[in-house]
Design a protein around this ligand. Sequence first.
Ligand code: NAX
Length: 332
Amino acid sequence: MSSRVKVVVTGAAGQIAYSLIPRLVDGKTFGNKIVDLCLVEIPQVVSKLEGLVMELEDSYFPHMGEVTYTDNFDEASHDADWFLLVGSIPRGIVYEGKKIEERSDLLKINGGIFVNQGKAIGENGKDNAKILVVGNPANTNALIGKNAAGKDSQLWMAMTMLDASRAKSVISKKTNTNVSKVKNMIIWGNHSPTMYPDVENAVINGKSGTEAINDMTWVENAFLPTVQQRGKSVIDARGASSATSAAKAALDTIIACENTTEAGDCFSAAIASDGSYGVPEGLICGYPLMTLEDGSVEIKRDISLSDFAKERFQLSIDELSSEREAVKHLMK
Ligand code: NAX
């Protein structure tokens, strides 16, 4: 195993990145490996990264290797092992003279960015590179990027770990259990309010979720809306979107991919469907995943879904299909 890892982070001057980047080099996420960082921003703000690099140097990180920054993604992408694609244009900002309100505009603008980044990753990234898309709309950005990269040996994921951690937290409060005792927490579908967090298949203190919770009214009327709308609740309370929790979720996704998954557990991320669980092939869909001993990441296939779960999951699949339709001109 290589003792060095190169990680490219986009959106490096943003709020998630400020929490994320120092913890990539703290000796925990990548264990004993030396971590080379390449930080990427748009030309208007790239100079700010000089300050972040100074702070990293001043923080005493023995596992930190070479740190560079650039506004040229192509240049950054060479031989990288991991790509954390955090940067994207958010809803509500003025972009090229127009206020971006509609999801379709968001898909179009970010779609263009992810075509170029995907091409560079396919051409220059390591053959076994892992790509985690955090920037929204994450699933469809990942779909566009993966398509442009055209390299099946690379693993494209969209982040749903934050949704899984939020779900674990709500369950732990309801059952008076430590979050670490909530296992097999699956987020099916899209990273959007249509996602389906699956209580029934969770394992809580060794018991099945159905048995431990035994209250589908609470699941339907309290649990699901709380988890699905948690991002909005944080924005309403904080005046800014989730940042430190999103950063922790990105780190947890890396750790989940770098270590073998324990029997009876899984982790959540969205990856390309191979048709599993009736999802149209190619959609980047939230699934239960496992990292095997050889380091490969697989969909866990033995989960059974109740009729209630299937109905909710289908809503999210339909949304993913319509997003794919909206960006089909960007797919070759
Ligand atoms: P910020 O606005 O603080 O930072 C984003 C940064 O990305 C900015 O500095 C911007 O200049 C940069 N950027 C934009 N386009 C870029 C490009 N083409 N190349 C490089 N950098 C680029 O946003 P932040 O709060 O950090 O959130 C980043 C993204 O994460 C947003 O799209 C947000 O919606 C998404 N989120 C995703 C979550 C998930 O669970 N998947 C949860 C948290 C968050 O909402």
